[in-house]
Design a protein around this ligand. Structure first.
Ligand code: SF4
Ligand code: SF4
Length: 150
């Protein structure tokens, strides 16, 4: 029950549909591809706070008080699900990070699979893909199972 409440507060309605679809179909998420350094993920960022994906400027202001390193982000608007979107002041005009070695964990780990469950999508032009796939072990189980019957 606690887990269910956490999902409700963290994921968007679209994200919840994706989450349960994956669970029901026995699938998992796979991130493939590579970064082509377009810089688009630094222009439209969703940030996750203590209560899930951020919707209000007040939540963001509270976050900056606790974690001043987030001050580099500025609100640029909202996405179609009502989540705040941010751009980063560290992004240079030629689309690279001004202090690449000091970028945040969220930058290093982009694209995180949780993006799929907040109902988000990768930025246009991103070289990565997030796919819902059948786990390889399921194919393996089927194969070894059919091998056993011969
Ligand atoms: S810190 Fe660098 S990598 Fe992270 S969002 Fe800003 S410009 Fe992009
Ligand atoms: S949007 Fe994707 S391809 Fe572009 S910089 Fe970010 S991770 Fe790299």
């Amino acid at each position: 029950m606690t887990e269910f409440l956490r999902l409700l507060s963290t994921y968007s309605p679209l994200g919840l549909i994706r989450y349960f679809r994956i669970r029901l179909m026995g699938k998992e998420l796979l991130v493939t591809g590579s970064c082509n350094c377009c810089g688009n993920c630094c222009r439209r960022i969703n940030l996750e706070g203590a209560r899930g994906w951020m919707r209000s400027k007040k939540e963001f202001a509270d976050m900056v008080k606790d974690f001043p390193e987030y001050e580099r982000f500025v609100v640029s608007g909202k996405d179609n699900q009502g989540f705040l979107q941010f751009s980063c002041t560290w992004l240079t005009e030629n689309g690279v990070c001004r202090h690449h070695k000091n970028r945040l964990v969220l930058c290093r780990e982009f694209p995180d699979k949780s993006l799929h469950f907040c109902g988000g999508a990768l930025p246009k032009g991103c070289g990565y893909l997030i796919c819902e796939v059948r786990p390889f072990r399921k194919y393996l189980d089927e194969f070894t199972g059919s091998e056993g019957k011969q």
